[in-house]
Design a protein around this ligand. Structure first.
Ligand SMILES: [Zn+2]
Length: 350
């Protein structure tokens, strides 16, 4: 018997607008629950939904009751509050305590996937709420109360706050909702011991000693960025192209499909080669300050048509400074006098 999960898209119609015009919580949860259903079914879960029609409302307790015969009920939301900085992720479980572990894992997956900027407003709030002090064994929230009365476990998952600009912007992008669905499905799959057949049979990637610019790589579990921050889970779930690599520093940027860009530095020890970059893909690495470089034969002095003295084209140079606009200061010397400025596109690292 497959594990059965009932998904509840938080609201109907056009409900709960966000801080960014065009956002509606009802739109977000509708898309997210469809993606999550697909992802869960790809693992072999049996998935139900509380409403077939986005425009139709159903009151909360009745939605919870639809969990009858299901192992788990998850109600998907984004939250709202007057204080714009508030952006924590919220996971709520029944007063019985059943499902607390799943709620916590789901909440952490949302937190990691959204990867909102790291400040005191970004954390997981995990709690249960009794109806009242005289009814401590009854749940406050209608969907949870309904699910529990149907013999299931009800969880509410708030995907941060749509009153926060950063969170709202994240939730307005369907690619991000796909990442959330994938991360949440993975949590449930791990919890219930499911894995995808296709993944098990996928051939091991080719091995190679040397990673190079343009190669497609995966990131090993447990990796940290150069900054020491943990790598969020959506990064593990995708494949990334190496933008630059030198010594113990690689920068991965675009994902394989080219639809996401993260531009993050990491030790290449954490990278596993998935596919060698095609020759045509390889971009020359941009030299960095301190590099020894050579000047290409067609180089001219920065923003002029003038050529450098002939010897400058024949000797190794030092890249002494580099501006965002590509202005590179070069010198024949490591310190002291400089030779001139040139567009960085004329330089090649030695
Ligand atoms: Zn809601």
């Amino acid at each position: 018997m497959p594990i059965k999960i009932m998904l509840d898209a938080g609201h109907y119609g056009k409900y709960n607008s966000g801080v960014i015009p065009g956002y509606y919580e009802s739109d977000m949860t509708w898309v997210l629950h469809k993606y999550l259903k697909e992802e869960l079914e790809s693992y072999g879960f049996e998935v139900g939904v509380t409403r077939e029609d986005k425009e139709k409302d159903l009151e909360v307790y009745a939605r919870g009751r639809m969990a009858e015969g299901y192992d788990l009920f998850i109600s998907l939301h984004s939250n709202a509050v007057g204080h714009e900085a508030t952006k924590r992720v919220v996971a709520i479980y029944p007063v019985s305590g059943r499902g607390k572990d799943i709620a916590e894992k789901l909440g952490n997956a949302v937190l990691e996937t959204m990867a909102l900027s790291d400040d005191r407003y970004n954390y997981l709030e995990l709690y249960k709420k009794p109806y009242s002090s005289v009814r401590p064994d009854t749940d406050w929230y209608g969907v949870i109360r309904g699910a529990v009365s149907a013999g299931s476990v009800g969880i509410i998952l708030e995907h941060s706050f749509h009153t926060n600009r950063e969170a709202c912007r994240f939730l307005m992008n369907n690619d991000n909702l796909r990442l959330l669905a994938s991360a949440e499905a993975k949590v449930l799959a791990d919890h219930y011991g499911y894995s995808k057949e296709a993944e098990k049979e996928e051939p091991l990637p080719p091995k190679s000693e040397v990673l190079a610019v343009g190669d497609i790589v995966t990131v090993r579990p447990g990796a940290v960025w150069e900054t020491g921050a943990p790598v969020p889970s959506f990064v593990y779930a995708d494949r990334w192209r190496i933008k630059s690599i030198k010594g113990n520093r690689a920068v991965i940027d675009e994902n394989e499909s080219g639809r996401n860009s993260i531009n993050s530095a990491i030790d290449p020890l954490y990278l596993t080669l998935w596919k060698k970059g095609e020759a045509g893909d390889k971009k020359e690495p941009v030299p960095t300050v301190g590099d020894r470089v050579t000047l290409s034969s067609d180089a001219v002095v920065y923003r002029t048509g003038r050529r450098f003295a002939d010897f400058v084209y024949r000797v190794p140079l030092y890249l002494r400074s580099l501006s965002d606009d590509g202005r590179a200061v070069i010198s024949t010397l490591e310190r002291g006098a400089v030779t001139g400025a040139v567009d960085v596109k004329y330089l090649r690292s030695l």
